[in-house]
Design a protein around this ligand. Structure first.
Ligand code: 5GP
Length: 209
């Protein structure tokens, strides 16, 4: 498995958010499959597992009381309540991934992302948008799982979330999953090539400057 090489000393933290239905999960999964040196920091959540989800892979599923205890102990780098459930990013898991030489991906909501922005200035913030509100509505209607009222609520939430776009570094419009993926990959690649990530000791060794 290829991890951070001698050329780079510092890892990169990528924070990805999107209103629900924008295709973020698909894009993140594809990215994690292709980039062996990028790892998802698995979040803790109080929501119940969905069909097909695995504990400690998709999330670590815990009770509300355990979540509150962890919160009190300062175990979370950020946390938020999303659709009535609690979600949090573990400080320890991020530290371990960083120590092991991985770049880190956080798939978190806008409120969590804003907390990370305060504590982690050098992180790269990426926002994924649906092509339009109409497409989002079409997707929700076609899915057929929500009532008219719930769909209206989800669309209102999506609009409120989209209003945060200015707080992100990169905006990807997911009108074609392949193009959106290529754009996402190019952000990852270019962020890794930043001069600030280069190991000066390696430059000295190879170029003697
Ligand atoms: P879902 O329950 O559908 O997997 O996720 C709901 C929302 O919670 C998504 O927007 C997801 O990005 C967000 N989320 C997942 N883990 C975390 C976390 O650790 N912190 C925060 N703030 N949001 C999270």
């Amino acid at each position: 498995m290829q991890k951070r090489t001698e050329r780079r000393t510092k890892g990169t933290l990528f924070v990805i958010s999107a209103p629900s239905g924008a295709g973020k999960t698909t894009l993140c999964k594809r990215l994690l499959n292709k980039k062996s040196d990028l790892r998802l920091s698995v979040s803790y959540t109080t929501r119940s597992p969905r069909k097909g989800e695995t504990n400690n892979v998709d999330y670590t599923f815990i009770t509300k009381s355990r979540f509150m205890k962890m919160l009190e102990k300062g175990a979370f780098a950020e946390w938020a309540s999303v659709h009535g459930n609690l979600y949090g990013t573990s400080v320890r898991r991020m530290e371990e991934l960083n120590r092991d030489g991985y770049d880190i991906l956080l798939d978190i909501d806008i409120h969590g992302a804003m907390q990370m922005k305060k504590s982690c200035e050098n992180a790269v913030f990426i926002f994924i948008l649906p092509p339009s509100i109409d497409t989002l509505q079409d997707r929700l209607v076609k899915r057929g799982t929500d009532s008219k009222e719930v769909i209206a609520q989800r669309l209102d939430n999506a609009k409120a979330e989209i209003a945060y776009y200015k707080d992100y570094d990169y905006i990807i419009v997911n009108d074609s999953i392949d193009r959106a993926y290529r754009e996402l990959e190019s952000i990852i690649t270019s962020s890794r090539l930043l001069m600030s990530k280069v190991n000066p000791k390696w430059i000295k060794k190879v170029y003697n400057v």
